[in-house]
Design a binder for this molecule. Structure first.
Ligand code: F6P
Length: 281
């Protein structure tokens, strides 16, 4: 596993360079969910693929930017799903973006995720590793990732990050979001999953939601590359991650690019979501 962490650190320095100097325009390609890929997405993807191909413990990899799973070493132990540059369309307005990695054993299912790592590229570069030992944050200082702190969510937070197009929200979802605002929660939403979820983790709690909507009943965020890695991180930090009804890590994945509605937060807010959604199964 240390090999994988070292490869991610190395790749992150290269990706940081691509973000700083790269061209933010669109490529001519679309990824399998129909998003037009930016040149930055493709370049970051190439860096990560190259890094993982050199590690003997890696069995298979799959990127949000690619159609299929790539076999690496038949005898390898780990399967890695990654989103090389999540929120890449925010680079041109100079907001934070990130890379997300889910590390799985046996197969790419929520139940088999065993570690997750994300890297935030913002005013600072930070990496958060979640595994059996809990959730730890590192920051680049003097050209190296240095340990900064453990991350633990409070029982209740203060931030509300409601994703997707409000026009397409179901009325009960809107009522739940409004109730939190009426309790004093503050809006914090940049449109980048990595910084938005990182903010809630670092500030102690709150709710990030990306619900099923009238236009996208299964939500937008991809299970393997976005939802499961953050679900694992939130659970290990003492919070919860659900699809509205149950632990999102228990859902079945039929296709590597499947999406799911998702809610990440501390216990108080997630219990509010469960109370609301149980009447709308
Ligand atoms: O998956 C890409 C992404 O940019 C996430 O990083 C982010 O949370 C989400 O989409 C934002 O979507 P929306 O603009 O629909 O709220």
């Amino acid at each position: 596993m240390q090999d994988i962490i070292d490869a991610i650190k190395k790749a992150s320095f290269e990706i940081q360079d691509i973000i700083q100097k790269g061209d933010t325009s669109k490529s001519d390609n679309q990824n399998s969910t129909g998003d037009t890929q930016l040149k930055l997405d493709i370049q970051s993807d190439v860096v990560i693929e190259k890094a993982f191909k050199q590690i003997s413990s890696v069995k298979k990899i799959v990127s949000e930017e690619q159609e299929n799973i790539i076999d690496i070493n038949e005898d390898g132990k780990y399967l890695i799903a990654y989103d090389p540059l999540d929120g890449s369309s925010l680079v041109d307005v100079n907001l934070s973006v990130g890379s997300i990695y889910g590390i799985y054993e046996n197969d790419f299912t929520g139940a088999n995720i065993i570690a997750s790592i994300y890297v935030v590229f913002g005013p600072r570069v930070e990496m958060v590793i979640a595994n059996n030992d809990g959730v730890k944050m590192y920051r680049v200082l003097d050209g190296e990732f240095k340990y900064i702190q453990d991350i633990k969510l409070n029982e209740k937070g203060k931030l509300n990050a409601p994703g997707s197009t409000q026009q397409c929200w179901y009325p009960y979802h809107k009522e739940m979001i409004d109730r939190l605002f009426n309790e004093g929660y503050r809006l914090r939403y940049s449109g980048g999953m990595v910084p938005d979820l990182h903010q809630i983790l670092i500030k102690g709690g709150g709710l990030f939601s990306y619900p099923g909507t009238t236009d996208l009943p299964k939500g937008k965020l991809r299970q393997l590359f976005e939802v499961f890695p953050f679900a694992y991180t939130y659970k290990m930090a003492g919070g919860q991650a659900i699809n509205g009804f149950e632990d999102v890590l228990n859902i079945t994945t039929e296709h590597i690019h499947d999406t799911s509605p998702c809610f990440f937060g501390s216990n108080y807010e997630i219990n509010k979501v469960l109370e609301t959604y149980k009447n709308h199964a």
